[in-house]
Design a protein. Structure first.
Length: 110
């Protein structure tokens, strides 16, 4: 039996180049011709989220080293994306906290 193309593309850990075990490559989800895999390396313990888009005559892949465990990836896959407004709000809150921290630090030195 021939190995699926997705598993051929996900053959080695990009961090340490160790071959993935078949149990280390798990399908997280798929939509249309796009599949997302979570790959765990037994050697260096790093994980990768890999997106593979297969179209007639072409295959495109993107991989990202992550600290997500398989269970986390499965849990987050159906969550709503973070909005631009939420990102801006977090940025403003962090900036406010950083300024307050800086003032407290300067007050201690004065």
């Amino acid at each position: 039996m021939d190995m699926p193309l997705s598993q051929k593309l996900l053959a080695h850990c990009p961090v340490c180049r160790t071959a993935y075990s078949p149990k280390g490559i798990r399908l997280v989800g798929e939509k249309g011709m796009t599949k997302v895999f979570h790959c765990s390396c037994t050697s260096c313990k790093h994980a990768v989220l890999a997106v593979i888009l297969e179209t007639p005559g072409a295959v495109s892949t993107v991989g990202m080293v992550t600290d997500l465990e398989l269970q986390d990836a499965l849990r987050f896959k159906d969550m709503a994306p973070v909005s631009a407004d939420e990102v801006l709000q977090l940025h403003m809150e962090l900036e406010h906290e950083a300024q307050a921290w800086g003032r407290r630090l300067l007050d201690k030195k004065a």
